[in-house]
Write a protein that binds this ligand. Structure first.
Ligand code: HEC
Length: 248
């Protein structure tokens, strides 16, 4: 008996496979949208760039969140002298006595009208600056996602995507295709997701691996899309060779 192909499937199977492929396709697009929206503004520039990816995992170690804000979005609210004062305090280790004498007066004068704890409660993106502790919490070096968070995200991704790939690949096995191309397309997304997640950890260590994250993520998408489109097309449009001859 010949190998089983999509044209050997009954209508129930075709409907089931198609519905699953469409669902996974939509799910993947949602994942991409979320990825874009949540990473886009990491480096302060609109659009998802390699820098956004690097800063997600590696952080921005050239400074603290407070210094980054004072040089970036908050620079309009502070004079150069006052900023130098706060940056010097950050560089000196940020102790409490120097905070009370040099930093707090500036913050009270320049920042508190917007950064009170009431405002912070009302708007999630405004950090409160009304105490030593709250300012101090913005004075730590930004080192990106923590290892624990990465492990958490890794296991969710590996287990979840593994099952999705099993489902899509199981259907794709019925496609009529050059066998070597088929083996490669089945193996490719599994390799890509492992490389992608491995590269998250490497990027935490060296931001250059952000390129690996993006490349392997792209390969995962390409392989999944290829499996979905080839399967979907063959389910509904591929006729067995014999039938082609009969109709010719
Ligand atoms: C006119 C209101 C206003 C003033 C004055 C102001 N800020 Fe802000 N600040 C905001 C708003 C709104 C945000 C959140 C949106 C954003 O990040 O642009 C913010 C965000 C921040 C952040 C968080 C940035 C991040 O990493 O997400 C820091 C830190 C900060 N401000 C520090 C300061 C300091 C220090 C001063 C005083 C020199 C100051 N701000 C003065 C309105 C203000």
């Amino acid at each position: 008996m010949a190998k089983r192909r999509f044209y050997d499937c009954n209508l129930s199977e075709k409907i089931l496979y198609s519905a699953f492929l469409v669902l996974m396709g939509i799910g993947y697009l949602m994942a991409l949208t979320y990825l874009y929206a949540s990473h886009e503004l990491h480096d302060g520039e609109p659009g998802l760039s390699i820098n956004d990816v690097a800063e997600t995992y590696y952080g921005n170690r050239s400074g603290t969140r407070l210094e980054a804000a004072l040089r970036g979005p908050m620079s309009a609210y502070i004079s150069t002298d006052d900023r130098t004062e706060i940056v010097a305090w950050l560089k000196s280790g940020g102790d409490k006595a120097a905070f009370e004498s040099n930093v707090n007066p500036v913050i009270e004068r320049q920042c508190l009208m917007c950064h009170s704890s009431e405002a912070a409660k009302q708007f999630g993106n405004i950090p409160p600056l009304d105490s030593y502790d709250s300012v101090r919490s913005l004075a730590t070096v930004d080192t990106g996602l923590s290892l624990l968070t990465l492990v958490k995200l890794s296991h969710i991704h590996l287990l979840g995507i593994g099952l999705v790939l099993l489902g899509i690949g199981f259907i794709f096995c019925l496609a009529e295709l050059n066998p070597y191309l088929k083996y490669a397309l089945i193996l490719m997304p599994f390799t890509a997701i492992v490389a992608d997640i491995f590269a998250w950890f490497l990027t935490k260590w060296d931001p250059v691996f952000a390129y690996t994250v993006v490349t392997s993520g792209g390969l995962l998408g390409v392989a999944m899309a290829a499996q979905i489109f080839i399967s979907f097309y063959q389910i509904w449009f591929l006729k067995p060779r014999k039938a082609l001859k009969d109709s010719a």
